[in-house]
Design a protein around this ligand. Structure first.
Ligand code: DX5
Ligand code: ZN
Length: 231
């Protein structure tokens, strides 16, 4: 009997682009073999120039999906809110390196709360910023747009950083995931996967696709797997 293998590329739909009136229904529609988490963008209007959703939305999502909830904290004082998001049901907490002078403390706290820990790099932050923390984290998220808004254009200059972080992960923490976030489309996944990305956050190209949500996920995943085959 053939044992199905887990897909090597994972899609993480970002609910930022969903219709919040029908959030539960839309989250049900992303369920597929290619999707292994839901990405929740938390914005405070301070660390980024936009305000989005917070703890109550994670609580509600927890009741309507069994998929892991990945919480991307684009907020100025993440340490103050880690416990609340963990209690709300988040499975992983991603914090930016740019606003955090005590990153090891933050990552330790995330682990104590029983969550997976990830660190996030803005486009202007060099790959070297993760060196001191790389062995301690489950995931590195490379922003491929400046955080704050959905629907932006993928910044190609981040490809070099994806390659650099992929090399560092392979050398120092091979179990660490390498995820990208922003402007992910069937056109941009190829170069990003070739550079080393394996988890793809996608908002607009999933929830605002001209096709159905399931068809959009299949198309993204296929484009990514095609690129992986060529690497
Ligand atoms: C941007 C967010 C992203 C956003 C991506 O600050 O972190 O997760 O939802 O949206 P798209 O896929 O539309 O670029
Ligand atoms: Zn995000």
């Amino acid at each position: 009997m053939m044992i199905p293998t887990k897909p090597s590329i994972k899609i993480a739909p970002s609910i930022l682009a969903a219709d919040f009136c029908r959030l539960g229904e839309q989250v049900q529609q992303v369920v597929s073999d290619d999707v292994d988490r839901i990405h929740v963008d938390v914005m405070d209007g301070h660390f980024v120039p936009n305000i989005s959703v917070g703890v109550p939305v994670v609580q509600s999502l927890r009741k309507c999906t069994s998929l892991p909830i990945e919480t991307h904290l684009m907020i100025s004082h993440p340490d103050q809110y880690l416990e609340a998001f963990a209690q709300a049901g988040a499975d992983s907490l991603l914090v930016h390196v740019e606003n955090n002078p005590h990153l090891h403390r933050t990552v330790t706290q995330i682990r104590v709360l029983g969550c997976k820990a990830g660190v996030v790099l803005n486009p202007a932050t060099p790959a070297t910023a993760i060196e001191p923390i790389l062995r301690e984290v489950d995931l590195v998220l490379i922003m491929t747009v400046n955080p704050g808004f959905g629907g932006q254009t993928f910044i190609e200059a981040t490809l070099k950083k994806i390659e650099q972080v992929r090399q560092a992960i392979d050398a120092e923490n091979p179990n660490c995931e390498l995820e990208i976030d922003g402007g992910v489309t069937v056109q941009t996944v190829g170069p990003a996967v070739a550079a080393g990305a394996r988890v793809l956050v996608a908002g607009s190209s999933v929830f605002r696709a001209s096709d159905s949500i399931p068809a959009a996920i299949v198309a993204l995943h296929r484009a990514a797997e095609d690129a992986l085959t060529l690497t």
